[in-house]
Design a protein around this ligand. Structure first.
Ligand SMILES: C[S@@+](CC[C@H](N)C(=O)[O-])C[C@H]1O[C@@H](n2cnc3c(N)ncnc32)[C@H](O)[C@@H]1O
Length: 362
């Protein structure tokens, strides 16, 4: 299986302002959803999960708001907040952030009656006991597939794949979506809610890094191809760089709910609302103000590196010495940065999300 991970030690949160902004934009929906599940028994905690939380930094502000809203309704209600991610996630940073050893603002662990835990179990499995969660949240994580259905010979992401390759990715993504939903259906209490902000392709064909004439994934593919053409990486290294991801459309997200005979509908899940949203790239917005192309490139490309590096690092022959692999990655991202500095127009990593609120039948 391809390794999916982010660079550790708070690197993720510091470089993903856009991800945090996107989460804050759905905070109202999350807060409203938290008021909808049926009343809990007097000693039952309100259980919340953040699926694919990375280091927890980007959802921290939203979690504080959510906790405050629950407490406003029920001042003495205990809250169990569980973060999940893959086993090799940087849980150490997540614990230090939530305990207030790093980061800013009130530590979540310092809020009385809030109990934090974490699970290193994939969201492709059931993570929590049956009917235990009141509210599930996830942002920007469920586009990662459970497996890579095939290689992409001459691109790095399904958006640029050949039609036959793309269809295999789509089939995997639809099967994975059902797996994710069925696991959540078991975890949710009757009347529980899910708010999921997932990367998507919107009604205008926009997706992450493709909201202008420039396509970020085409840029990745081009610079990776340049290393191959220059003889610096081999053919299998070239072909191995494939994002194990797929961006669904709103229609594809909604499909299992619209079919009353689907396993998802039969499991008691209904789609309460679905919409798409674009969150502007903070680096491109800042560039529009300051106009310094080199500074823009120098701020922008590291944020791309924070989440994409493991894909390219993982494609390189492990027999290469570590320093050589790092030099290749530096050359790759260095070329991308030089490209942006020389020709900054259109480079922007706007986030394009599909936001869905889902209810489990009461
Ligand atoms: C782009 S980060 C998003 C982090 C955070 N939710 C946010 O919105 O800023 C995606 C996260 O999803 C996690 N992830 C990918 N596949 C996963 C899976 N099968 N189960 C749990 N987490 C997964 C990755 O490890 C990563 O931490």
């Amino acid at each position: 299986m391809t390794t999916i991970s982010m660079r550790g030690a708070g690197y993720y949160s510091a470089n993903t302002v856009g991800a945090k902004t996107a989460i804050n934009k759905v905070a109202d929906l999350v807060v409203a959803a938290s008021a909808k599940p049926p009343a809990l028994g007097p000693s039952e905690p309100f259980r919340v999960a953040d699926y694919g939380a990375a280091d927890g930094g980007t959802s921290m502000e939203m979690m504080r708001r959510l906790i405050a809203a629950i407490r406003q309704r029920e001042p003495r209600r205990q809250i169990a907040l569980a973060y999940t991610d893959l086993p090799h996630n940087d849980f150490s940073t997540l614990f230090r952030l939530t305990q207030g050893l790093i980061g800013e603002g009130e530590a979540i662990a310092d809020i009385p009656g809030v109990f934090i835990s974490a699970a290193g179990t994939s969201f492709y499995r059931q993570i929590f006991p049956d009917a235990s969660l009141s509210l599930g949240f996830s942002a920007t994580a469920m586009h990662w597939l459970s497996r890579r259905p095939c290689g992409i010979a001459d691109h790095v992401q399904a958006v640029g794949a050949a039609p036959a390759e793309r269809e295999q990715f789509r089939a995997q993504a639809l099967a994975d979506w059902e797996t994710i939903l069925l696991a959540r259906a078991r975890e949710l209490k009757p009347g529980g809610r899910l708010v999921l902000a997932n990367f998507c392709i919107d009604e205008q064909g926009r997706y992450l890094g493709h909201t202008s004439e420039v396509d970020m994934f085409d840029s990745f593919a081009r610079h990776w191809r340049d290393l191959y053409r220059a003889g610096r990486i081999g053919q299998s290294e070239y072909e191995n760089a494939t994002f194990q991801q797929f961006y669904k459309t709103s229609e594809e997200f909604a499909a299992p709910f619209r079919d009353p005979a689907s396993a998802v509908s039969k499991a008691g899940l209904t789609l309460e609302s679905i919409s798409t949203m674009v969150t502007p790239c903070p680096y491109a917005e800042a560039f529009a103000e300051h106009g310094d192309a080199a500074a823009f490139a120098h701020a922008y490309v590291p944020t791309l590196r924070s989440w994409s590096e493991t894909v390219f690092a993982g494609a390189l022959d492990p027999a290469r010495p570590a320093a050589e692999r790092m030099a290749l990655l530096d050359a790759f991202y260095g070329a991308y940065e030089a490209d942006v500095a020389a020709n900054p127009r259109g480079h922007r990593m706007d986030y394009v999300h599909c936001v869905a609120e889902i209810a489990k039948s009461a």
